[in-house]
Design a protein around this ligand. Structure first.
Ligand code: SAJ
Length: 429
């Protein structure tokens, strides 16, 4: 067989994705929609089984989506050997923080080792996991080159940050510009050709690090600006200034201002995590990324601040937190999604329990919830139950909540989202 025949025989897939989560699955969905031959690899056999039986565990991917993907030839597998038969491999695995709040690249490393075991000449490898500048070249590249192949010569190596916003109905993979940086220009341009089939706009950077840094800038920008309004919420309350109204007024400025709102703390696997990846890199230079670290401290302090505001509100009713029946409305990390990673509801509940509160929660996306292994009673119909509580704390304003009716029936509401009209029983952060 000629080389091209051999190559065409070897290549059964245009795209293999390693990591079938909220990033990998939308990528596969768009790829199969673009007519690409795809395969998904995951180490979690239960996830693989669910996908192959047409079920979804991703907020933004329906069972119908999975069915269409399967009908178009998609399969999920735990067998990494199929990587040897794919022209391109994209790694979409989690990059959390470890217990010391330092970057945890264990999933990236193990995915890279998996890829290296089956890496064939001519393959394009892309990392999409959010990480600190230098990861692709200094961590992933050496692992891949354990295959004996040389990056930039025998295979292409790029970084393209994932920009999936869970629950965002307006912006998805296809209509969000995709940044691509390569080890070499030819690596980059090869990836741009592939991504160009899947997304409407590809944005090229001169190198891997600029692409890695762009994502961290995006999310550190968010974290810092959320911290700004969170810190302002604390002193505006003491100054007797309505910050919510202030922000709405400032947001009328058609340029140079982007609205952020205070809240009970910053959750999710992106915003509270990504800036720490950048701080970690800067500290290698011998000094701190002060703005990012201060923002983390301010945002991390909000759950305790919410407790102090609840204490003050209960005291006005001559009640203490100790023994108070408190309902938490919304325990996920943001409204209208089921993800509860890094949710501020957890430290808040922990603190309230320490003070002796009797907790319950209501969240249409969460059937059962435990804090430090101790279940928190779930309330199916909050409207019927708020009257029996001493206080209700609105944390995530899921659309399913009838906030007006809750405000009318509750004895006391602490609204951390500024969505309820102020009333003698409704206090806003
Ligand atoms: N939050 C506030 N105030 C705000 C905005 C957010 O307290 O003004 C809180 C939320 O309640 C949540 C946390 O911050 O607990 C994160 O919220 P988020 O809206 O940033 O949502 P995420 O974490 O899903 O962030 C994703 C990110 N997407 C990617 O990393 C690809 C982020 O870059 C997006 O900008 C963000 O969605 C978005 O715009 O919704």
């Amino acid at each position: 067989m000629t080389e091209s025949t051999e190559e065409s025989f070897r290549v059964a897939y245009d795209l293999a994705v390693v990591g079938l989560g909220y990033v990998g699955m939308p990528l596969l969905r768009e790829a199969v929609g673009a007519g690409l031959r795809i395969v998904g690899i995951d180490t979690d056999a239960a996830r693989v089984e669910m996908l192959n039986s047409g079920r979804s565990y991703i907020d933004d991917i329906s069972a119908d989506d999975i069915g269409e993907m399967l009908a178009a030839g998609f399969t999920a597998t735990t067998d990494p050997s199929l990587l040897a038969r794919s022209a391109a491999i994209v790694i979409c695995v989690p990059t959390p923080l470890n217990d010391d709040h330092a970057p945890d690249l264990s999933a990236v490393r193990s995915a890279a080792r998996m890829v290296a075991s089956y890496l064939m000449p001519g393959t394009l490898v892309a990392l999409e996991s959010t990480t600190y500048p230098g990861t692709t070249e200094e961590v992933v590249r050496p692992i891949l080159e354990e295959s004996g192949l040389v990056a930039g010569r025998d295979f292409s190596l790029v970084y393209s940050p994932e920009r999936i916003d869970p629950g965002n109905d307006e912006y998805g993979l296809r209509n969000t510009p995709k940044i691509v940086g390569g080890l070499t220009e030819s690596c980059r341009d090869r990836a741009a050709a592939l991504y160009g089939k899947i997304v409407s706009k590809v944005v090229l950077t001169s190198g891997l690090r600029e692409a890695e840094m762009a994502k961290l800038l995006e999310n550190t920008y968010r974290n810092v600006n959320i911290a700004l309004v969170n810190e302002m919420a604390i002193f505006c309350d003491e100054l007797g200034i309505d910050l919510w109204e202030t922000i709405e007024a400032a947001a009328t400025k058609p340029f140079g201002f982007h609205k952020f709102l205070p809240g009970p703390g910053v959750g999710g696997h992106c915003i509270p995590v990504d800036p720490s990846y950048l701080s970690h890199t800067v500290r290698k230079l011998g000094y701190a990324f002060r703005l990012a670290e201060t923002a983390q401290e301010i945002n991390g302090r909000m759950p305790k601040y919410v407790v102090s505001r609840l204490q003050r509100a209960l005291n006005r009713e001559r009640k203490s937190v100790n023994g108070a029946r408190v309902m938490l409305l919304g325990v996920t990390y943001k409204s209208d999604i089921a993800d509860d990673r890094e949710t501020p509801a957890l430290p808040l509940a922990r603190e309230l329990r320490k003070l002796g509160a009797e907790l319950c929660f209501a969240d249409p996306y969460v059937r059962s919830w435990a804090v430090d292994g101790v279940p928190v009673p779930a309330v199916e119909a909050p409207l019927q139950a708020v009257g029996d509580c001493d206080a209700v704390v609105l944390l995530q304003a899921h659309s399913a909540f009838d906030l007006k009716a809750i405000a009318q029936r509750a004895r006391l509401v602490l609204d951390t989202r500024g969505l309820m009209a102020r009333h003698q029983n409704v206090e806003r952060l």
